[in-house]
Design a protein around this ligand. Structure first.
Ligand SMILES: [Zn+2]
Length: 379
């Protein structure tokens, strides 16, 4: 379905306060923003068929360069026709650069100006990622939105460490852009760094603007700083980035993180939370977070979330979901993941509609009031 005539582009349809709604056009289909991207780490969104992921309302998936380069390798995926064909998902895919996961998962890392060498967490084999290699891997995968290779220090870190890391990431951003070259229909996003320091974030944004990217990510957040510190940073960080390009907040988050980020001008997000939580018996609902393993659900014939149209809520009771979770049945993770992904997409859909209608503030009030209830009352 690839139409090479369609360039990558972004158009804003409406704004409400700092919140924005629009469309990213790609040869593989439109991405409605604000957009939530389910995470398909190892060429699968765990417990979901690709057509089911699409049915939840997802326009785009995220794939992880680090995992795919180690197993089954980018070269093997390329020989088999690319990641879209390999995993049977023909819509847009964004891949991360591998940098963040090397820092969080790999053993024996060594960071130099050139790049990072590390040992695989799977078999201990030795690998190197440089900005050039990251671009090569993401091209082999056939990614539609490619991320610059960057370095992200864990927080808290001192200002000197954050500044040096940001400056290295900006040099790597320039190398990423040069290696990416000119690939019509594909996009390269730069990643703003600078920790929680407003002036460093500003310098990073300036360096990225000078290089010029198709979109800009706010990187280095959701790494343990807490929601309040993250929101303080998001009060200025998106404003430092170009208005006419998509802004992507990496690795966020819980439903109220997502809503707060969109209110501050973010257009795209990704997180493993809905799928990971689904496999551990945790469901996000309009009235709060439900732990399906709790005994209170054992005799409850009501749906998980009466406002939800997903298969878990349409066709099954809380009692059934409780039973299959306690029995370690695979359908438990499947149904709860489906529900969580659908709920996250319903939030995005609700925000897009409210921003377009100019009623985002009222929508947020209703969202927070609903979730503050904690759950429906026990029977
Ligand atoms: Zn549901």
């Amino acid at each position: 379905m690839t139409d090479t005539q369609t360039p990558f582009s972004f158009s804003l349809n409406a704004t409400d306060g700092k919140a924005r709604t629009g469309v990213i056009q790609t040869p593989r289909g439109d991405i409605r923003t604000p957009a939530f991207m389910p995470v398909g780490t190892a060429a699968t969104v765990k417990a979901m068929m690709p057509e089911s992921v699409r049915a939840t309302g997802a326009d785009i998936l995220l794939g992880n360069t680090y995992h795919l380069m180690l197993r089954p390798t980018a070269e093997r995926i390329a020989k088999l026709g690319g990641l879209h064909k390999f995993m049977n998902w023909d819509r847009p895919i964004l891949t991360d650069s591998g940098g963040f996961q090397v820092m969080s998962l790999a053993g024996l890392r060594k960071l130099t100006e050139k790049g990072v060498t590390f040992k695989s967490h799977i078999d201990g084999s030795k690998h190197e990622i440089t900005p050039e290699r990251s671009m090569e891997i993401q091209e082999l995968l056939g990614s539609d939105i490619v991320m610059c290779f960057d370095e992200c220090p864990a927080l808290p870190a001192d200002r000197k460490r954050i500044a040096e890391s940001m400056e290295l990431s900006m040099r790597w951003a320039a190398r990423s852009k040069a290696a990416f070259g000119d690939r019509p229909g594909h996009a390269l996003f730069g990643i703003q760094q600078g920790g929680l320091e407003q002036d460093l974030r500003g310098q990073s944004a300036e360096a990225l603007r000078e290089i010029g990217f198709d979109g800009y990510a706010v990187g280095g957040l959701a790494v343990g700083e807490g929601q309040e510190a993250m929101f303080d940073c998001l009060d200025y960080a998106p404003d430092q980035l170009p208005v006419d390009k998509p802004r992507y907040l990496m690795g966020v988050g819980k439903p109220d993180d997502i809503v707060g980020a969109v209110a501050r001008g973010i257009d795209m997000m990704d997180c493993v939370l809905p799928s990971r939580s689904g496999r551990t018996g945790q469901a996000f609902t309009r009235k709060g977070v439900v732990n399906i393993k709790n005994a209170r659900h054992a005799d409850d014939p009501r749906p998980l979330d009466e406002g939800c149209a997903c298969p878990a809520c349409s066709n099954y009771s809380r009692a059934y979901l409780h039973h299959v979770f306690r029995s370690h049945e695979m359908i438990s993770g499947m149904l709860l993941t489906w529900h969580n992904l659908r709920y996250f997409q319903d939030i995005m859909d609700g925000m897009r509609g409210a921003i377009a209608a100019g009623t985002f503030e009222a929508w947020q009030k209703e969202f927070h009031e609903g979730r503050a209830q904690g759950d429906i009352d026990p029977l």
